[in-house]
Ligand binder design. Sequence first.
Ligand SMILES: C[S@@+](CC[C@H](N)C(=O)[O-])C[C@H]1O[C@@H](n2cnc3c(N)ncnc32)[C@H](O)[C@@H]1O
Length: 321
Amino acid sequence: MTDAHAVGEASGSVEIHEGDNLDVLRGFADGAFTLIYLDPPFNTGRTQERAVETARSTTATPQDRVAQQEPDALEEAGGPDLRSYGTAPIVRRGFHGREYERLRGDLRAYGDRFDDYWGFLEPRLLEAWRLLADDGTLYLHLDYREAHYAKVLLDALVGRDRFLNEIIWAYDYGAKSRRRWPTKHDTILVYVKNPERYWFDSQAVDREPYMAPGLVTPEKAARGKLPTDVWWHTIVPTTGREKTGYPTQKPEGILRRIVQASSRPGDRVLDFFAGSGTTGAVASALGRHAVLVDANPEAIAVMRERMPHATVSGSGIRHDS
Ligand SMILES: C[S@@+](CC[C@H](N)C(=O)[O-])C[C@H]1O[C@@H](n2cnc3c(N)ncnc32)[C@H](O)[C@@H]1O
């Protein structure tokens, strides 16, 4: 049960699809979703291997992260970054043609690592853009190492005028490097399909406490303030109601803000890197209809347990529960 149930909103439906998201997405109609939230795996290998990868984790233990060879964790563990990266030299024209093609080529020169990552993401982002409704919004949750390259490329791919926000999710957890400022944030890039028509309802978002409540009236302090683009929020607590055990699970509080602001009850919400299904659990509890896709059978099992009212389709599904 999510917090949203506590306010008594009717649950929305949840559809879970097991399979490679690129295949599944091709079956959905243009403009079918008001909100798309994506939390892709962080790049740790070649494109083909990523179909079942659950690599990036801000909520994984430092040991998990060392196992996944994340540079911070390696640094925290005192070891070198031993990764090798593959290449996926695909150049495509974005909606903005030449500019995108040129940037894509320029960024490739900076290293294989991002090129390989983007080679995996690009066709999926193009599908996401096709699936987004005219008043729809795309949230792309990224690692700080990828976020700046992705911002530049997405601007060129869909148009800089479609960029709405860069959200910083700041948390404080785990080991801290002594050799630089410990990196304790994720970046969420926000793009809208149509800058004239996108849906955004700041009044629907849960408010947060003022940092200095003594400086505002008691009424304002009691009401709380609107969140800005910097969100201080804990990671998923290691014990408690919300934890599913899926290593890359994101907190419901983060998804709740996104769903409240950028969709209405009855709208369709898509997450095609669904993992433990946080987007679906929150969206359904807030009365939205969620469509979730993941290639990993463990993710499907976690989602089935978390959302027993969901319908499940795709390869390898079990019908025994
Ligand atoms: C970072 S996790 C998402 C975590 C999720 N936001 C949550 O709160 O639990 C990324 C997910 O993408 C899935 N994935 C990776 N490549 C995929 C692909 N090609 N098709 C479908 N799912 C994929 C992985 O199995 C993993 O569960």
